[in-house]
Write a protein that binds this ligand. Structure first.
Ligand SMILES: Cc1cc2nc3c(=O)[nH]c(=O)nc-3n(C[C@H](O)[C@H](O)[C@H](O)COP(=O)(O)O)c2cc1C
Length: 149
């Protein structure tokens, strides 16, 4: 059975909710999903998954949150060739560097040799109806990409 691994970082819950939405959408597509908060797991756990997802919020001046830095650095040391990845996260359009942690994690997955299975998704604060639809289609694209790999 196809295994998807979702690792998220969330301070006030918006990104956790995004991760939960993707988890549910993948499960509805009969994918087995493991979902973990970033301080509870190592990046190496992606090595056992077929579909790898990171959901990250963005902190000061467009930076990756401190508690996600190990994940960010370790990810780039892995060989994730043959695996499909997707990145999403919450930010706030009020800030100049909007949700840039999402861009940085996408680059890190590419360094690890993974294949992009869906366009990254940036959610302005909490996910609303339109975002939830987009996240559902993000999940479907990841599954389709994995099945055609
Ligand atoms: C001190 C601080 C700095 C932030 N800096 C940024 C930023 O540079 N870019 C951005 O897009 N969002 C920024 N945000 C907004 C958060 O990314 C946003 O509130 C997000 O929804 C938090 O996700 P969470 O609920 O999963 O913790 C910042 C928030 C705080 C409190």
């Amino acid at each position: 059975m196809t295994l998807a691994k979702i690792i998220y970082g969330s301070l006030t819950g918006n990104t956790e909710e995004i991760a939960d939405i993707i988890c549910e959408a993948l499960e509805n597509l009969n994918i087995e999903v493991e979902i973990d908060e970033c301080t509870q797991v190592d990046a190496a756990e992606f090595s056992n998954a077929d579909i790898c997802v990171i959901a990250a919020y963005t902190y000061d001046e467009g930076t990756i949150p401190d508690e996600m830095l190990d994940l960010y650095e370790d990810l780039q040391e892995l060989d994730l060739s043959g695996k499909v990845f997707g990145v999403c996260g919450s930010g706030d359009t009020f800030y100049e560097h909007y949700a840039t942690a999402v861009d940085k994690f996408e680059e890190a997955f590419l360094v690890a040799g993974a294949t992009k299975g869906a366009e990254k998704i940036k959610v302005d604060l909490a996910a609303e109806k339109e975002d939830i639809q987009q996240l559902g289609s993000f999940a479907s694209q990841l599954v389709a990409a994995q099945q055609s790999a």
